[in-house]
Design a protein around this ligand. Structure first.
Ligand code: PMT
Length: 429
């Protein structure tokens, strides 16, 4: 709550103190304010978050300080405002890193086209953009700008990049804009921004205590030292699931076939090549896992007798004998215990019927059914989530990160009974 006294302003509390005498806070949000006329509305957002017991720290861009003075945010938040990376202060820590570490959610409201562009492209040249690149916290962005700026392909592309990274974009509203226009681009309503921020705070803890084992990518089955049998999986779907589960607080082990993707930070990556290696790696981590998500496209067949020498070509055709690999997920289904097993099914026809067969045949709790044409390779996907019990969930074409979020929503729902607190405390497995 804001102070109402008129006496001398007390010294701001130390960085770790909760605001205004609260012993317990729901969480800590860093509010990034950027330079547009809607900057004043950030004061209202701040106060609404405080009413929900959220401890808010404020970071401002230089342009934002021309619309609202840092003193206003300092007085409201009860914390020093970070706006000058190079200011000498009493803290000897590096402010953008310590605040980035402490943040449980980074909310940027209002976000100008300039800041959206910087965040999307990794430009880190001021207090807010350096903090964004340094934080692992979920990020919520509420853009506000002129309609033409908002609709500009560059801005739309930058917003899409942010969404594909899991950033929650609170859509701007329509109405009278400060520039005199009537159109889309107004900062979203305070309630919508606060709700999205609180949802991100809650979501951040939804899988705390869970160990999520994810498989991703293709497997590669060698024919000889230079040739192999594989498939078109890029690994993107599995990597996005690993990131989404990590961002909800889970410990994540990612068993990945060969991909060209950057390993997600904060995830234990186990790199494998063949189906046999994947089976061994999954086995090694199955005991500790409470949730398994099998997004990998595992080879069903491998060459019966891989050659250590390069095969010589002859004149006629060459017959390659293939033998079945082990079905990793089916094996896990036979001894799943209390674990939650999530499979994937990629098909070119009869998608739902085949997915249902796999759901029951492999003793899964949930299967993600996607078409081969949309699932393999690209950055987007569309899917139907089929739980063993309950209604199917349709996920229309969206970024793979968005699809991963919907899969995680289902995991959270299905794990809820196992996570109910008991008299001796919460059960994680
Ligand atoms: O990597 P991307 O380019 O992003 O593409 C993602 C994807 C299309 C590969 C992914 O979304 C997907 O659908 N993965 C499953 C592909 C598949 O064809 O699965 P399947 O029908 O062969 O197998 C069904 C399930 O059993 C899968 O969860 C699979 O991981 C698992 N399985 C299959 C064979 C095997 N030997 N062991 C297994 O564990």
């Amino acid at each position: 709550m804001p102070r109402t006294d008129t006496g001398p302003r007390p010294a701001p509390p130390a960085r770790d103190s909760p605001p205004h005498g609260h012993d317990r806070v729901l969480g800590r949000v860093v509010l990034g304010v950027t330079g547009c006329i809607a900057a004043y509305k950030a004061c209202e957002v701040l106060r609404e978050l405080q009413r929900r017991e959220v401890d808010v720290h404020v970071v401002m861009t230089a342009a934002a300080t021309r619309f609202v003075g840092p003193l206003t945010f300092e007085a409201l938040s009860g914390h020093p405002v970070f706006h000058d990376q190079f200011a000498l202060g009493t803290d000897s820590d590096i402010r953008h890193v310590s605040l980035a570490d402490d943040a449980e959610v980074l909310l940027v409201a209002p976000a100008t086209a300039n800041t959206v562009g910087k965040l999307a492209r990794g430009i880190a040249d001021d207090a807010l953009s350096t903090l964004y690149t340094a934080t692992r916290a979920p990020v919520v962005v509420a853009p506000a700008m002129n309609s033409n700026m908002l609709e500009h392909p560059a801005v739309q592309e930058n917003l899409e990049i942010l969404r594909s990274r899991g950033v929650r974009v609170v859509e701007p509203g329509s109405g009278h804009l400060a520039c005199g226009w009537l159109g889309r681009g107004r900062l979203a309503e305070t309630d919508a921004i606060v709700d999205a921020t609180l949802a991100a705070l809650v979501r951040r803890r939804e899988l705390t205590g869970e160990t999520v084992l994810v498989t991703a990518g293709p497997t590669v089955e060698d024919i000889d030292p230079v040739r192999f049998v594989s498939n078109r999986s890029s690994g993107k779907m599995g990597y996005r699931i690993a990131e989404a589960a990590r961002d909800r607080g889970a410990r994540v082990v990612l068993v990945s076939g060969p991909t060209s993707l950057r390993p997600p930070g904060g995830v234990e990556l186990v790199s494998v090549r063949s189906a046999e290696e994947m089976a061994r790696a999954v086995e090694a981590h199955f005991e500790a896992a409470t949730v398994v998500v099998a997004a990998a496209a595992v080879a069903d067949y491998r060459p019966a007798a891989p050659s250590t020498d390069k095969l010589k070509k002859g004149e006629g055709p060459l017959a390659l004998e293939l033998v079945r690999t082990k079905d990793i997920l089916r094996g896990l289904g036979e001894r799943k215990g209390e674990r939650l097993l999530v499979g994937f099914a990629a098909e070119t026809g009869d998608l739902l019927a085949r997915a249902r067969d796999k759901l029951t045949g492999k003793n899964l709790d949930l299967i993600v059914a996607n078409e081969v044409s949309t699932g393999f390779g690209g950055d987007t996907n569309a899917a139907v989530l089929l739980p063993r019990e309950g209604d199917p969930v349709d996920v229309p074409l969206a970024s793979k990160r968005e699809v991963a979020e919907r899969v995680c929503d289902e995991i959270v729902r299905l794990r809820a009974p196992a996570r109910e607190p008991t008299p001796t405390g919460p059960v994680a497995s």
